[in-house]
Design a protein. Structure first.
Length: 301
């Protein structure tokens, strides 16, 4: 199952080509780094693309203030290991400045609020391209997106106004104030990512592997009770379970998967057998049928 993965070399070559195109066509690109496996693989590909030089793009992390501690520890260790530059935008700053209003109630989340922080961070540092680890198989709105995804001067995405990408030719022309989101692993699947992680021996945050964690059940999924940032209803009992994260984001919207997967090989086997999509465990995608597309139009990742 994890032998003879020659297609991964083709995917790697395409992604490295896109990364080098970004370096050639833009003046000040950056990598959007969430601490999730896709952004980690993207950063690893950038390391490969420009080795032995350092990665020419800073990593940009939008800190909601509700992150898993393991994610922040991993981020800081990786930046130190690679000698990369790190830029952090804080959602708390946007709240303190009155640019966004903190949600209240049991389903409150800062996930949506980070769009404003992201756009401000890109504008403050004058980044003209933001590389992300999104894949087309993640979600139906992602499937509509080009590899070079144009954003207007307000950071907004128009799915009906996209440029053709024929013969791997990417058009980076833009007007003053506009920028691009670029997705070098668009053509990868979740399985491709995990097989590549196995093949390359990429180290990931411990959250991706089965561990013991306090959790509670809400709306068909398990959510983390540790760290304690999600208000719970009186009837929502906290229990300890063996779980792992299939995708990592803000604690308030990251669902936990009941699992016995302690290795990458175990995870590959688990994914091959599941019938639940990767983002099926993301609470933020369940707010409406068009939740992701609505956020992307406003400037989300």
């Amino acid at each position: 199952m994890i032998n003879n993965l020659t297609h991964l070399r083709d995917l790697e070559a395409e992604s490295i080509y896109i990364l080098r195109e970004v370096a050639a066509q833009f003046e000040k690109p950056c990598i959007l780094f969430s601490g999730g496996k896709d952004s980690i693989v993207l950063t690893y590909l950038a390391y490969k693309a420009f080795y032995p030089a350092k990665i020419p793009f800073p990593l940009v992390h939008i800190d909601t203030g509700h992150n898993f501690p393991e994610t922040l520890t991993y981020r800081d260790d990786l930046v130190k290991k690679l000698g990369a530059d790190l830029v952090v935008g804080y959602v708390q700053d946007s709240i303190d400045q009155g640019k966004v209003r903190e949600e209240t109630g049991y389903n409150a989340s800062r996930n949506k609020l980070q769009t404003v922080t992201l756009l401000d961070t890109l504008a403050d540092h004058k980044f003209d391209a933001a590389l992300g680890g999104a894949r087309r198989d993640e979600e139906k709105a992602r499937a509509k997106e080009r590899i070079f995804s144009h954003r207007d001067e307000f950071g907004q995405w128009n799915p009906k106004n996209q440029r053709p990408e024929l013969w791997s030719l990417y058009n980076a022309r833009k007007e003053m104030g506009e920028h691009f989101r670029v997705f070098p692993i668009s053509n990868w699947t979740e399985m491709d990512v995990w097989q590549y992680i196995y093949q390359e021996g990429i180290v990931l945050p411990s959250l991706y592997y089965t561990h013991r964690r306090k959790a509670f059940f809400r709306d068909g999924q398990w959510l983390a009770a540790d760290p304690d940032v999600i208000p719970r209803r009186p009837e929502e009992e906290v229990v300890e379970l063996d779980v792992r994260c299939r995708t990592i984001g803000d604690v308030t919207c990251t669902g936990l998967t009941l699992s016995k997967a302690h290795s990458v090989e175990d995870i590959i086997g688990e994914i091959a057998a599941t019938r639940v999509t990767e983002r099926g465990g993301r609470a933020d995608d369940k707010r409406s049928e068009t939740a992701m597309e609505d956020r992307k139009k406003q400037g989300y990742f």
